[in-house]
Design a binder for this molecule. Structure first.
Ligand code: DOR
Ligand code: ZN
Length: 343
């Protein structure tokens, strides 16, 4: 197969950042995706519907002329989110709320310190049918970083789903076989996003033969057996698994340093990287469901009507892209990718 035409995909999990960085991130996202679920972990975070609308306007101000791109906004849950913010969020067209356990990842300092603290908000979300997006890692320092996702399922996610059976939950950027199995067995209210980097790489890419900071993201890359399980889930045809890049730009200096930030940037070549992963699994025919149908179905939004075509054509990924007044190093910098979107 040398050509693949798909309904235009959406990205159900992206970090666009703010200010001048939007010039790069929004152009990349809009070149591929019709819509994207925009993460709220700015500094300070997006915690009110009003802030989400203002952020949305700043994003729209960076959509290149001629492109159509709809940012779908999210709010950042804190211990102090008032339950009535849910009504305002619903009225403002906010798509979902994001749960960051406090301290789990980039800009999660204002996150939730104990899940019970947000039960009243979760109750309101269940009533008003706003999905909960979950960064699924415990922050207990006694738990090994490679086990934090699996322990989160046991300690937080399974009890939460039992307590709020009608709440729609997206287990974001899953990285383990345990998570893929959990989502597969869970009720239809529970889905998961999968990143291109977790489908293509295991922790050897990060650690074997030298530390490669651009492969450091959270949850961290896991074992090959986990990657294989994620690839099976993504290509299974199950509507519970859909595309979410978790593309997360950081300035190069904040990645290539003694204590580097978590985040891999993939928005420059996202659908091409997913195509590589699906091809590896012999399942290119399943890419459209994963990239373009299951996400909107879960979010109860219409599927896109226009299409994109991927052609088998290698191109070299640049070493850098500009990011505000600095630079970012994209995933696969200076190397090849085998697919290209037909202009
Ligand atoms: O690797 C990550 N980067 N994981 C996250 O959860 C956050 C993200 C970011 O914002 O940089
Ligand atoms: Zn993320």
């Amino acid at each position: 197969m040398n050509n693949l035409t798909l309904i235009r995909p959406d990205d159900w999990h992206i970090h666009l950042r703010d200010g001048a960085a939007l010039g790069t991130t929004v152009a990349h996202a809009a070149a591929q995706f019709a819509r994207a679920i925009v993460m709220p972990n700015l500094a300070p975070p997006v915690v009110t519907a009003e802030q989400a609308l203002a952020y949305r306007a700043r994003i729209l101000g960076h959509v290149p002329a001629g492109a159509k791109f709809e940012p779908l906004m999210t709010l950042y849950l804190t211990d102090n989110t008032p339950a009535d913010e849910i009504l305002r969020a619903k009225a403002a067209g906010v798509a979902a709320l994001k749960l960051y356990p406090a301290g789990a990842t980039t800009h999660s300092e204002s996150g939730v310190t104990a899940i019970e603290k947000v039960y009243p908000v979760l109750e309101a979300m269940q009533t008003h049918d706003l999905p909960l997006l979950v960064h699924g890692e415990v922050t207990d320092p006694a738990i090994d970083i490679f086990d934090r996702e699996a322990v989160f399922i046991e300690r937080v996610l399974a009890p939460l789903i039992a307590r709020f059976p009608a709440l729609r939950v997206v287990f974001e950027h899953i990285t383990t076989r345990a998570a893929a199995d959990f989502v597969t067995a869970a009720p239809a209210t529970v889905a998961a996003t999968l990143t291109a980097h977790h489908l293509l790489y295991n922790r050897n890419a990060l650690l074997a033969g030298g530390v490669r900071p651009h492969y450091y993201c959270l949850p961290v890359l896991k074992r090959e057996a986990d990657r294989q399980a994620l690839l099976r889930a993504a290509t299974s045809g199950s509507p519970k698994f859909f595309l979410g890049t978790d593309s997360a730009p950081h300035d190069r200096a904040r990645k290539e340093t003694a204590c580097g930030c978590a985040g891999s940037y993939t928005a420059h070549a996202a659908i091409e990287l997913y195509a590589e992963a699906f091809e590896q699994a012999g399942a290119l025919d399943r890419l459209e469901g994963f990239a373009s149908r299951f996400g909107p179905d879960f979010y109860r939004l219409p599927r896109n009507t226009d299409r994109i075509t991927l052609v088998r054509q290698s191109w070299d990924i640049p070493e850098r892209y500009p990011l505000a007044d600095g630079a970012l190093v994209p995933l696969r910098a200076g190397a090849r990718v085998d697919w290209r979107i037909q202009p």
